[in-house]
Ligand binder design. Structure first.
Ligand code: FAD
Ligand code: SF4
Ligand code: SF4
Length: 1021
């Protein structure tokens, strides 16, 4: 038995609750520490440990979970994408996560332009499914790639497009709701006849309707007068929707109630046509207040679909972070900008609207402060910079943390300039230096993140005082505390300042009507927890002392804790397409297997709060299990707006977790692969035969912790280094500017030596003199990815010694395998940040394409192929080395590259080979790269520089083999490649004939039998 901490303390038999949920709910019921730890917070400053998590398989199962909670009196919290910023999506409650299974588009009526959805459907996914009907859901928060419709309804979400389409409430027709006490019903606009019918039928539904009518009648005058007139009022319950003039719209009144009144089971939504044409004007201003001042004038002259703003501070941060530079380069002169978008039926119409506005403003397309675009890709590019605001400002390069709290206040657009000037003054008064200001200025909504100090009592008190002053300020301008994110805990306590006691009293009455026991998301909006309680940090946050960490974390003040705290909860790692992050989430749909879930668990692991569900530090099995499915693809390192690098944190964790203990077999089998590969030189053919011999191979894989479904890669009869030695090429002078060291990585040396031989050919053709280290060298990748960091460091030190002459001479080194190159560019400088040779090596290490483009002697042109190619970028190319040079080299070589944006191949080094990972590995591959390769024309090249990607493509039933770019260029040097399946021309080691493997297996069986017989006889005697 344990007591619920929040609100009225009540005894709750958690074990019995869990058992009852398991019994009644078709779904996953998780009360384990790992699941609870993954859900401790949303995107806000707040943190509350859930009682348990339920992931219902159907909407009815979700309803069953609510019924069980009601039976036990357990607090309840519905969750969508968990991107809320006000603390409304964290609670000590049973969390129902609707996103994994309840995400169907139930029906579409294209004529009526409506649809019915389940609550877990993600907005982008909904719009993708609506696209064939040329329809979409109008409101579009910046989190559109991962926020769910249930969450949008919960928050009454808006976003940039609200200028044209209004808030979510404006697009909700009807909701199917479930009250805590079990009333399940559809609600919407209610005519007098319907009202009479419902109330005549009696029961709880009638009681609710009568109560609503009574409440709106009694508070009629306050409701009519007490809500400010502005487009972005999201704070408070939507009582005006209950007014007769608004159709007694019960559904809209419940939108924005943040899970505190009802659970939404289905929603019927109004849809809008996808605009046929769009155009955008970007207008430059000397500062953000001047931009705000101009908004009313713009609105006088046009009806845009959005007016977004971005300031000089944000632009400065983008420059410092090297992010969104392409977007910024499209912006005109100025230090702050308004992005004005027009939509319409024809391009002429939207172009005309843009030019009419310019004329009315006395500005011209040719002015330096004006940029005009009617290219949808360019517009999207420009808007991306604005959408990225929170991520860019959350962890600026100066290391200063910024926080939500006053991140979406809104005023009437006419007041915006004056409000911003006062807000800036308030920042100065409180010592909050220069927060960026941006947002949906066309509707007066201002975003910002503020460097609150949330670790000391004084800092927390200042945070509170600032919020109180800011609330009074916004109210003095007739504004709203929240213009789109909702109240939650951050603003719940401040609502009386905006609405007064009587209206807040009415909110309490509404809450009491639907949820008299205060079990629905308690402590939020109504009877709220204090805005400075339950903080993620807070003055009582006492994380454990940091042990000696293996990596240096140079960008995080050398602190693993600070590195983990990069995750501010934006949730991009829950997106379903584009980029790489996060393949394990995309395949499992589970919070725990998203980058964010893992970051949460690592945060909990560091202690800090007495109620943390993770109690055993580095030895935690919960954290280990959450990290187990991390592919170490580094997708997050590049795709997470705050640069969370989970692959590094995983390696750090594994290193501590297994310190002084036996590791999983795969860590020895796959982690030590470079050593086994070297040993294979004794008899590569025999090793290949043994690895494939029936019985022996099965037993071997079992012992090695390798997935039984995987075929071992074939060792080459002659390794690249053996070939190189046999060639006996003279060693070039390291100081000769034509000399280049070719890095003999394990994969290009022992498994696909054709890659390295091809590279020698192309580099020689380009005028380089190639040197190859023939002593054993290694980047340590496999030891790093399995967390054997001491061994990795030893291997790397030996490698640095071997490379010393070239490092001293400044000789460029070229890598062929992207993951090895990424080690030298990224992991090694983090592992040994103080070593000067490491810095030299990182600077001297080039990718194959970079070297040829940037350093090939003048006049060299790559051979021209004139071929289409399907290209799979390795995750570490995507995240660390980048692919621009490869694209350019391919362009120059006449390769018409279709560079896939299908994410990780799913194999990711040792990951896909490890027992227990095969299914996930294949699911990831089947959701992206494999179907794309199957769809490639037979004549097309299939290109993949990563050994893992090539292996996955070859073992994934595509009927295709993949080539490294070096192999493709080498083929072109020899003349035209084969017309079909050009990969045939590349030499790959062939597996031994199966008859031989079977013979070996039989021989081994006979030998084993004989040995057993002999042993038995001996024992008998
Ligand atoms: C970087 C960033 C940018 C953002 N930009 C915008 C923006 O442009 N515009 C905007 O409006 N917001 C924005 N937000 C806030 C947030 O992303 C949106 O409000 C989003 O729509 C919330 O969706 P979600 O699925 O994440 O909701 P969640 O956070 O999961 O839930 C939101 C609320 O809805 C409740 N809820 C969820 N499902 C149900 C259900 N089935 N029944 C009842 N209640 C339910 C929850 O309990 C919670 O109170 C942003 C947030 C971040 C982090
Ligand atoms: S890992 Fe990055 S993208 Fe994911 S929630 Fe955290 S900050 Fe956002
Ligand atoms: S490294 Fe890859 S799998 Fe791991 S959390 Fe980051 S994106 Fe996800």
């Amino acid at each position: 038995m344990s007591a619920i901490e929040d609100g009225e303390a009540r005894e709750l038999d958690v074990e019995a609750l869990e058992a009852a949920l398991r019994e009644a709910v078709d779904g996953e019921v998780r009360f384990d520490a790992g699941s609870r730890g993954a859900y401790v917070t949303d995107g806000s400053n707040y943190r509350q440990v859930p009682i348990g998590v339920v992931v219902p398989r159907t909407v009815d199962a979700g309803a069953a979970a609510v019924a069980v909670c009601a039976r036990f009196g357990a607090p309840l919290l519905s969750r969508g994408g968990g991107t809320s910023l006000g603390g409304q999506c964290t609670n000590t409650a049973v969390v129902v996560d609707w996103t994994k299974y309840c995400h169907q588009l139930v029906s579409v009526d294209p004529e009526a332009r409506t649809c019915v959805v389940e609550p877990g459907i993600v907005l982008d996914e909904l719009n993708r499914q609506l696209a064939p009907h040329h329809l979409m859901f109008g409101p579009k928060p910046s989190t559109h790639s991962h926020c769910a419709l249930g969450g949008m309804i919960g928050n009454n979400s808006c976003g940039a497009s609200a200028q044209a389409y209004g808030k979510t409430a404006d697009s909700v027709r009807r909701l199917e709701i479930l009250t805590y006490d079990g009333t399940r019903t559809w609600v919407g606009a209610t005519s007098t006849e319907q009202y009479d019918e419902i109330t005549a039928a009696g029961g709880r539904r009638a009681e609710l309707y009568r109560g609503l009518r009574d409440l709106s009648d009694r508070h009629l005058a306050d409701i009519r007068r007490g809500y400010p007139e502005l487009p972005r009022r999201v704070s408070g319950y939507n009582l005006p929707d209950l007014l007769p003039e608004n159709g007694f719209h019960v559904a809209r009144a419940l939108v924005g109630s943040e899970g505190t009144l009802v659970t939404v089971l289905h929603a019927e939504l109004d849809l809008v046509p996808v605009p046929a044409a769009q155009a955008m004007l970007v207008l430059g201003y000397p500062d953000i207040c001047a931009a705000a001042d101009d908004v009313p004038r713009l609105l006088e002259h046009c009806r845009p679909t959005q007016i977004e703003a971005l300031d000089d501070r944000m632009a400065q941060l983008m420059h410092e972070e090297g992010a969104y530079l392409e977007s910024l380069s499209s912006f005109p002169e100025g230090s702050s900008w308004l992005l004005v978008q027009f939509s319409g039926d024809t391009q002429e119409e939207v172009d005309r609207q843009s030019h009419d506005l310019l004329r009315a403003l006395g500005r011209d397309e040719r002015d330096g402060t004006v940029a005009f675009s009617d290219d949808p890709d360019r517009e999207e590019q420009m808007l991306k910079a604005r959408e990225a605001g929170l991520g860019v400002t959350a962890r600026p390069p100066d290391g200063r943390e910024t926080w939500e709290g006053w991140e979406d206040s809104a005023v009437p657009p006419q007041q915006l300039g004056a409000y911003l000037r006062d807000l800036k003054k308030l920042f100065t008064d409180f010592g909050y230096d220069h927060p960026s200001l941006y947002g949906h200025f066309g509707q007066g909504c201002v975003h910002t993140r503020i460097p609150f100090q949330l670790r000391t009592a004084e800092g927390v008190a200042t945070f509170r005082s600032f919020l109180e002053h800011a609330a009074d300020l916004v109210v003095s301008y007739g504004g709203s505390l929240s213009g789109e994110h909702g109240d939650g805990q951050a603003r719940g306590e401040l609502l009386t300042r905006m609405f007064g006691e009587r209206l807040v009293g009415a909110f309490g009455e509404l809450k009491a009507l639907f949820d008299p026991g205060d079990r629905m998301n308690p402590g939020k909006v109504v009877a709220p927890n204090r805005l400075d309680s339950h903080l993620r940090l807070g003055a009582d946050w006492r994380p454990r002392d940091e042990d000696d960490t293996r990596f240096g974390y140079p960008d995080d003040e050398h602190s693993f804790r600070r590195a983990v705290m990069r995750c501010v909860g934006i949730g991009n790692c829950r997106s379903h397409e584009g980029g790489v992050m996060c393949p394990s989430y995309r395949a499992t749909g589970e919070e725990e297997h998203s980058t964010r879930g893992r970051a949460r668990l690592l945060f909990e692991m560091m202690g800090g709060h007495a109620d943390s569900p993770v109690t055993d530090g580095w030895r935690s099995t919960e954290v280990r299990d959450a990290l187990d499915l991390c592919l170490a693809c580094k997708g997050c390192k590049s795709d997470c707006p705050t640069g969370v690098d989970m692959a590094t944190y995983k390696a750090e964790f594994l290193s501590h977790h297994y310190q002084g203990r036996l590791r999983p077999a795969a860590h020895y089998a796959l982690g030590w692969l470079p050593l086994w590969a070297r040993l294979s030189r004794v008899a590569p053919g025999a090793v290949n035969t043994l690895l494939r011999a029936p019985g022996i191979s099965t037993l071997g894989k079992k012992l090695a912790g390798v997935a039984p479904q995987r075929d071992a890669p074939v060792f080459a009869e002659e390794s690249f280094v053996q070939w190189w030695r046999r060639r006996g090429a003279p060693e070039p002078d390291p100081a000769d500017p034509r000399t280049v060291v070719l890095w003999p990585d394990t994969f290009s040396t022992y498994f696909h030596p054709s890659v390295a031989r091809s590279a020698v050919k192309v580099l020689t053709d380009a005028g380089f003199q190639v040197a190859v280290p023939t002593d054993a060298v290694c980047c340590g990748l496999t030891w790093i990815s399995t967390g054997q960091l001491d061994t990795a460091a030893k291997v790397l030190r030996r490698t640095l010694t071997t490379l010393r002459p070239w490092l001293e001479a400044g000789t460029p080194i070229v890598g062929l395998e992207p993951s090895c190159t990424a080690v030298f560019r990224s992991d090694l400088p983090e592992l040994m940040p103080k070593d000067e040779d490491v810095k030299r090596l990182a600077g001297q290490f080039h990718t194959f394409a970079e070297l040829l483009l940037q350093r090939a002697p003048d006049g060299w042109r790559p051979p021209v192929l004139n071929r289409a190619a399907t290209v799979q970028t390795h995750c570490h190319q995507h995240a660390v080395t980048k692919f621009d040079a490869d694209r350019e080299l391919m362009r120059r070589a006449g390769i018409h590259a279709d560079v896939l944006d299908e994410g990780c191949c799913g194999l990711a080094g040792n990951f896909g080979f490890e027992a227990g990972h095969h299914q996930l590995s294949m699911d990831i591959a089947e959701s992206g790269v494999l179907p794309a390769v199957r769809g490639a024309a037979p004549s097309a090249l299939v290109l993949a520089d990563g050994f893992s990607c090539r292996t996955q493509i070859e073992q994934g039933g595509t009927g295709r083999g993949a080539l490294h770019l070096a192999e493709v260029l080498a083929l072109a040097l020899d003349g035209p490649a084969p017309a079909d399946h050009p990969e045939k021309a590349a030499a790959r080691p062939a597996p031994p004939p199966s008859a031989v493997s079977r013979l070996v297996a039989a021989g081994a069986a006979v030998a084993a039998g004989a040995a057993c017989y002999a042993l038995t006889r001996r024992l008998r005697h």
